[in-house]
Every structure is written in C-alpha cells, then in structure tokens.
Design a protein around this ligand. Structure first.
Ligand code: UDX
Length: 459
C-alpha cells in the first residue's frame, strides 16, 4: 500500500483554500496520495458527503473523480503528519480581535498550534508549506517552533501563497497566472523548493512557476491583494469626482484601461470592495509597516481601506440627501447582499455596512439575493424588522428605493416597468454596481443615481 504512491501529501485545514487546492493536486497528480485533515470533524464529514462544505463551480466533479482513489478527507491529524513528507498548512488566520494589533494584525494562534502539532507528531523530516496568507516573517517563527525540539528531524518551510478568487477557484487553480514558491536560499531550502515545483509542474507551465526567497513570497501575497484593492479604491475615488463633473466613470475606466501599462481589469467603480481577503491583507501590510517604523508607507496603504469606507458612507449620504434628507419610515430594497456576484459569501460585504447605516436612519429594509439570504440573516441577526425575500418582484412592492449592492446578472434582466409600477412614487434607484441601463430606467420614471455619473432625476 505504501509503495503505491510516489508522494504522500497532507493538508491541515479543510477550508476554502485547502479543500479545492488539494482536490486539484489530487486530480492532476494521480501518482500522489493527498490527504486533507481538520480539527472540525463536521467539515470532514461534509467533504466526504455529496454536499461539499465549499461551493465552487467545477469542484464537485474534481472531488468525485479523486475521492477515495488518491484524495482522502480524514480526522486523524497525527496519523496524517506521520505518514506524509509534504505538509500544506491551510488553517485560518483571521484578523486579531484582541490585544496588540487588534483589528489589524493576523491572529496566528491556529498556525502556531498546527506547527506544534507537526513538531510533536513527526517521526521523519518534513517540508511544511504555508498556504494561507500570513504576515511576513511568519516562516521564521514557525521554523523556530518546529526546530525547538532537539532531534535530528529537520523541517523546511516553504511559502506558496494562494491567489484564487471565489467563484473562479477551480479555473484559477487549473490555469494559474502564476504559482509562487519561496524558500530559504540554503541548499536544503532549494531542494525542498524544487520538490514543490515538481508537484505543480504536473500541470502548470514551467514559466508560470515563480521561485523566490521566502520573504519575497510572503510579502508578494499581501502586495498583490493591496494592489488589486488599490485599483478599486482609485477608481472609486475618481467616481466621486465624476459625479460632480459630468464625467462618466465607466468611460474614464475604459479610456485608461486601454493603456497596456494599466490594463482593463479591476477598474469597475462600485459601492466598495468586500470579501475575506482585501481588507485583512491590507491591514496586515499596514501593521507590518508600522512595526518597522515606516509610518508614511503604512498611511499610504491604509488610504486604500479609508477610501473604501468613505465610498460606502458616501453611498448612504447620497441616498439620504437625494431622498429629501430623511429615510425614516421609507422602504428600501437592497438588491444583493453577497460581496460579489455568483457567491453566497457575505464576508466584509459592503451591503452589511449599508444595511446597518440605513437602519440607523430608521429606514425599513427588504433584502433580496439569490444566494446570500441565509448569511444576510445571520449577519443582521440581532436586528428586528428586516424582511428577507428571494423574489425581487415581491421584494420591491411598496418600496421607495432600490439600492443595488451586488452585480448579479439577474438584476439586469428584470422588467423594470413592472417594478416601477409596484413601487411608491417618487421611485429611486441607487446603482452601487453600475450594472443597470440608467437611461432606460430614467425613461421609465425612476430617479437614477449611478456610481460615478451625475444622477438622472425628474425633479
Ligand atoms: C481576492 C483576490 O482577487 C484573490 O486573488 C485573492 O486570493 C483573494 O482575494 P476575492 O475576494 O474572491 O479574491 O474577490 P475579487 O473578485 O477579487 O473581488 C473583491 C471585491 O472587489 C468584491 O467585493 C468585488 O465586487 C470588488 N470589485 C472587484 C470591485 O468593486 N471592482 C472591481 O473592478 C473588481
């Protein structure tokens, strides 16, 4: 049995990163045995069932093709550690909510526990790979923990950050822009790095596998997300100016995106970015800069998050001033609650902030979303009186305003003549994603407030 596979790979952490990544490795490398373990037994049970705990297009097929053959989900972490030579660590590293660095630094307690667990259980040398986003120099701390037990077992730490985005994870894994693998630049470090390169070479073209020192790799992950978010904050900052100047932010995005040095992606102005990574990673970067006394650099990156907060608040204030300076008792329907389309994920969704602010203004909220209503209910759990309605046509009846929070394509296909008829007059639409046909809506009778374009109003 032991000789059947060329390599035994373990992943600790069966979450959003570990599960799909290991499924792809198992799929592309039938010669390796891949085991995924987690302290959460319920989650392992789900991975072994027909209802996977993570929804990603294409994931079911890949898991179905490999599970029980060379992909295994298990609860025995210790056994997994003993049996494998290569250990990926994909445990969660949320932002700290307590003590020094609260609200900014990453909470490393799960990572540290995992490192200790590996140290205690290991009976032979291992390569340990950081898969989750971690603050720079985490590898150093982990190295210290792993090597603190006097023995002749050695550990090499590799940084191999994940760049997958929700909704496209399987495609991102199968055809990555790049795979980044960082190690110590010692003889044993390079050897370990080569072993991981070998895994990815099974399906990723060699020129897309980037090797670097371990610190560059750790930092690149934070910087990649900071740059992506910075583009959104930049265009969102410009959107505020467009609304005042008769410019149209879509036209500006298009014009600048044609510059091959800039590129067209991530230039859609919106009510703000959300998701589990951007804010967390930028704040991590900010904390890192501050801890090295680089206050100007920290302020620069913090500006990206500040503009995002500003954009959300600006949206609410815009609603307030355009609806005659009071929202009290007005019925407002949020179109979408997910942080982006095609997911039910609501982590850091701008819709949550907007919903809470509208409630503060004493508006009555009706929330509709094709996939995220369950999470919306949890996120807004303590607040009474919010109506959750899957059918957008029912949701808008008697409403004064619609606010588009998520760019679900379905919102573009609705019959707005029917919707207009069922709403209170004057009727308003605030398009926080710029996905609707604004001129058409205006013709129907709506007062239309796009992002980054002067409003179209009948008064
Ligand atoms: C992101 C990174 O893209 C990915 O590489 C990293 O590994 C994890 O973080 P994700 O959070 O899944 O992925 O979502 P992404 O598609 O990047 O969108 C993030 C947020 O920005 C969403 O709220 C989205 O709606 C918003 N966004 C995106 C904009 O507002 N405008 C844009 O032009 C693009």
């Amino acid at each position: 049995m032991e000789n059947k596979f060329q390599k035994n790979i373990l992943c600790i952490g069966a979450g959003y990163v570990g599960g799909p990544t290991m499924a792809m490795i198992a799929y592309k490398c039938p010669q390796y045995k891949v085991t995924v373990v987690d302290i959460n037994h319920e989650r392992i049970k789900q991975w072994n069932s027909s209802e996977l705990p993570v929804y990603e297009p294409g994931l079911d097929e890949v898991v179905r093709a490999t599970r029980g053959k060379n992909l295994f989900f298990d609860i025995d972490i210790e056994k997994g550690i003993k049996e494998s030579d290569i250990i990926f660590v994909g445990v969660n590293t949320p932002t700290k909510t307590f003590g020094a660095g609260a609200g900014m630094a990453a909470d490393l307690q799960y990572w540290e526990k995992t490192a200790r667990q590996i140290r205690e259980a290991a009976e032979s040398s291992k390569i340990v790979i950081e898969k989750c986003t971690l603050p720079v120099k985490t590898a150093l701390a982990m190295e210290r923990i792993l090597t603190s037990k006097n023995s002749n077992i050695s550990f090499e730490i590799i940084s191999n950050p994940e760049f997958l985005a929700e909704g496209t994870a399987m495609n991102d894994l199968e055809f990555p822009d790049r795979v980044l693998i960082g190690s110590r630049e010692t003889e044993s470090g390079i050897k370990a790095r080569n072993e991981i390169v070998e895994i990815y070479k099974n399906w990723v073209p060699k020129e897309r596998i980037i090797e670097s020192n371990i610190w560059s790799s750790e930092l690149s992950k934070l910087v990649a997300n900071a740059f992506l978010a910075q583009r959104i904050s930049s265009i969102n900052a410009v959107s505020a100016l467009c609304e005042k100047t008769d410019a149209n932010v879509k036209e500006v995005s298009r014009a600048i995106g044609f510059d091959s040095r800039l590129g067209a992606k991530f230039l859609n102005a919106s009510v703000g970015f959300g998701g589990s990574c951007f804010k967390k990673d930028i704040l991590n970067l900010v904390y890192l800069c501050k801890s090295y006394g680089l206050d100007e650099v920290a302020d620069y990156w913090e500006g990206v998050v500040k503009i995002n907060e500003y954009q959300k608040e600006r949206f609410v204030l815009n609603m307030l001033s355009s609806m005659f300076n009071t929202l009290a008792g007005k019925k407002i329907c949020l179109f979408g609650f997910a942080f982006k389309a095609d997911t039910g994920d609501t982590r850091e969704t701008p819709a949550l902030y907007i919903a809470k602010r509208l409630i503060e203004e004493r508006a009555e909220l009706i929330i509709t979303d094709p996939k995220a209503l369950q999470n919306a209910r949890i996120d807004l759990g303590g607040i009474d009186g919010i109506v959750y309605e899957e059918d957008p046509y029912k949701a808008v009846v008697g409403c004064d305003a619609i606010a588009v929070m998520t760019e679900w394509s379905l919102y573009n296909k609705l019959d707005y003549v029917v919707i207009y008829k069922s709403m209170t007059k004057p009727s308003f639409i605030f398009d926080g994603r710029n996905i609707l046909d604004h001129n058409q809506l205006y013709k129907i009778g709506f007062n239309v407030f796009p992002i980054g374009r002067p409003p179209l109003t009948h008064y």
